[in-house]
Design a binder for this molecule. Structure first.
Ligand SMILES: *Cc1c(COP(=O)(O)O)cnc(C)c1O
Length: 453
């Protein structure tokens, strides 16, 4: 086993820590803490995406200096085993040589042109070959944009306004999708965020995940109004919640019957749960698919794709406007292409499945031995350890888990050099760079931390 830097200390928050600056551990987050102070003066909360602030788990967010393979190093020189992998984007781990080489080669030729490039064509071809329901694709710069475009397309195609989503499903931060609504009810949406006029959310119906009877009821009653049903085929933004058998198939049939389009938001699952995403894994195809994260190889790139007759509604072939200065950026396309080609060539999915299974088992055993009630959900190389004594099958059960215990677990693991998602409601990811040895270390750390909880 490689030498590991002794990592930062277990506890709590920056202000309190500075009182104990003599403890060896206290020094180890000093630079992060100082950067955070400075960052907060310059950027809201000191971060550019809220969950990075560690609000749900406490403690000082680590400012990251570099990554290599399965590891991250923070600005204080602490090394962590990374189980976030940039929220699932880095399925090959940090700095995979082929991806780095492709990106460097591209950037030397120019970073952006605002004109078509061959890399876009190659990447589009790779995606169309990977996902049978995708005949045509448009590149954008974020998953949020991909979803916005998918919804706009669905509305234009159907001539209807209402969209149906699922409680706990995250589809980026566009106004009409930042809605989860009350539990269980198909109530009209109320926005989750300030600054969204109620009218923007009024056309959003929210349904309980994995509840096909409820979806049937609502989609039947309001069949004429609904432009699309959008779903994360494996929910990855309330921890990890797999679709129950028949759920996706049922949605497929319901959408067809009502004339709505079925949108699979595969921003996480695309190229993650199988090369062809959830559609390959579950054998259910969508009308429109959104891709992000992995598809950009760690760069800002996402995509929406689907049936040609729908996609051709996009300008310049059709009346649906959508554009982007950096859309299909050549560096991002090169990195994405290198990633997809490697995934296709090496088919690491069985190995990822096996190492994620080992991790899941190790965590379950560690929790069981420590007497900590838990539920572990896993699909492929995405997983979530919930502190709950019941199954987690939907948003309500995910939210009913013991998040304070997760926060303590997170801090304990961080202190032992394991970087978990800083919220119980986010998924952990493995990459191809995570070897047995790393999985073993995570399990050992988990056992120690869980016993101490
Ligand atoms: C991350 C994510 C998005 C948003 O993607 P961004 O690139 O962060 O805008 C949308 N849908 C799902 C399922 C995601 O996980």
């Amino acid at each position: 086993m490689a030498q590991r830097r002794v990592s930062p200390r277990p506890t709590t928050d920056g202000a309190r820590m500075s009182a104990h600056a003599r403890r060896p551990s206290a020094a180890s987050a000093g630079r992060s803490r100082r950067l955070l102070v400075r960052a907060r003066r310059l950027m809201p909360g000191g971060v550019n995406s809220p969950v990075r602030a560690f609000g749900a788990v406490g403690g000082t967010p680590r400012f990251i200096a570099r990554g290599a393979g399965p590891h991250l190093w923070d600005v204080d020189g602490n090394r962590y085993l990374d189980l976030v992998c940039s929220w699932g984007a880095l399925i090959l781990g940090h700095g995979h040589p082929e991806v780095v080489e492709a990106a460097c080669r591209a950037v030397r030729l120019g970073s952006t042109f605002g004109a078509p490039t061959q890399a876009e064509v190659e990447l589009a071809a790779e995606i169309v070959a990977a996902v049978p329901s995708i005949e045509s694709v448009r590149f954008v710069s974020s998953g949020t944009e991909a979803v916005m475009t998918a919804v706009r397309l669905a509305r234009a195609f159907t001539g209807r306004a209402t969209i149906a989503k699922f409680e706990g499903g995250y589809h980026g931060h566009a106004d009409g999708l930042l809605v989860r609504a009350g539990s269980g009810a198909a109530a009209l949406g109320t926005p989750d965020s300030a600054g969204i006029p109620p009218a923007c959310a009024a056309d959003t119906l929210v349904l309980p995940y994995n509840d096909l009877p409820r979806a049937r009821e609502v989609l039947t009653a309001r069949a004429e109004e609904i432009a699309c049903v959008i779903v994360e085929p494996v929910a990855g933004n309330m921890g990890v919640v797999p679709p129950q058998p028949g759920f996706l198939e049922g949605l497929r049939a319901l959408a067809e019957r009502s004339g709505a389009l079925l949108i699979f938001d595969e921003v996480i699952t695309g190229f993650r749960v199988a090369y062809g995403g959830a559609q390959e894994r579950y054998g259910v195809s969508a009308d429109l698919t959104t891709l992000g994260k992995i598809v950009g190889g760690g760069f800002p790139l996402a995509a929406v794709g689907g049936r040609r007759e729908v996609m051709d509604l996009l300008a310049p072939t059709g009346p649906v406007y959508q554009a982007g200065t950096l859309s299909g950026n050549p560096v991002a396309c090169a990195a994405g292409l290198a990633t997809l080609r490697l995934l296709k060539r090496e088919n690491p999915y069985p190995a990822l499945e096996a190492s994620a299974d080992r991790l899941a088992r190790g965590l379950r055993e560690a929790a069981a031995r420590a007497g900590v009630p838990h539920t572990l959900n896993r699909v492929g190389s995405m997983l979530a350890l919930f502190f709950a004594d019941r199954w987690v099958t939907d948003c309500q059960s995910a939210e009913a888990t013991d998040r304070a215990r997760y926060a303590a677990f997170f801090r304990g693991m961080l202190a032992r050099g394991v970087y978990l998602p800083p919220s119980q409601l986010e998924a952990a990811f493995l990459s191809t760079a995570h070897e047995d040895e790393h999985v073993g270390l995570v399990c050992e750390a988990a056992e120690a931390v869980l016993r101490a909880l």
